[in-house]
Design a protein around this ligand. Structure first.
Ligand SMILES: [Zn+2]
Ligand SMILES: [Zn+2]
Length: 221
């Protein structure tokens, strides 16, 4: 019962009107460079962005309000050894090991679509998955975030299976009521304050620069 009450409280917090103060439009970045080509197609959703900030604050403030839920696992029991990846830019076909780079290449279209729905601009560069375009760079994808508050860009990379799975945290609906605890029988159900804060920290650090995380109170504890 107590858990239900807390859950309701969390839900209500997300519904409360967000303060109107400080709703200046995000700073534009005239030095857009490579990112500018996609800028026209992308428009930030200010209401969603505020909800995201509020939600991340709530997660760090009251991590016990969120439950972990294990789910059915649909992973392939016999994954292929490798995946043939066709480069969008040059058309070359590269054999990628399934674990990590191969999985990333398969999920790339889904990832690009999901990124477009975020209230913070994040673009993906998959050129290093291609043996020609990658030019010997470590095999993976590079994501570039325009900070959700100040617009400053920073890049980070994803190459392993675990890192790929963690990306899903970025697309969770806010306010958060449940986190995925992994496949049934593997993860632990219930509350886990430390993991909630870790998850909130992961999301915040991929969508906001360090200075803005401090300013917004999203640095965790
Ligand atoms: Zn290529
Ligand atoms: Zn910033």
């Amino acid at each position: 019962m107590d858990g239900l009450k807390r859950m309701l409280a969390t839900m209500l917090m997300g519904v409360l009107p967000v303060s109107v103060a400080g709703q200046e439009p995000p700073a534009s970045t005239p030095n857009g460079g490579a990112a500018a080509s996609e800028a026209g197609a992308w428009k930030p959703d200010e209401r969603k962005r505020q909800a995201l900030v509020e939600s991340l604050r709530a997660l760090q403030r009251e991590p016990d309000n969120v439950l972990f839920h294990s789910a059915m696992c649909y992973d392939m029991t016999m994954p292929p050894a490798s995946v043939q990846y066709t480069c969008e830019t040059c058309g070359a076909v590269t054999d990628l090991p399934y674990q990590g780079p191969g999985e990333l290449s398969v999920e790339l279209p889904y990832l690009k679509r999901s990124l477009r729905d975020l209230p913070v601009k994040v673009t993906v560069d998959a050129s290093s998955l291609c043996s020609k375009c990658g030019g010997g760079k470590p095999c993976g994808i590079v994501l570039t975030t325009s900070c959700g508050e100040c617009g400053k860009t920073f890049s980070w990379s994803v190459s392993t299976s675990e890192e790929k799975d963690r990306l899903k945290l970025l697309f969770i609906a806010h306010p958060v009521r449940f986190f995925d605890a992994g496949p049934k029988g593997m993860g632990m159900d219930g509350t886990d304050a430390k993991r909630v804060i870790e998850n909130a920290d992961y999301i915040a650090s991929r969508l906001f620069c360090e200075d803005c995380r401090k300013k917004l109170g999203l640095t965790g504890k």
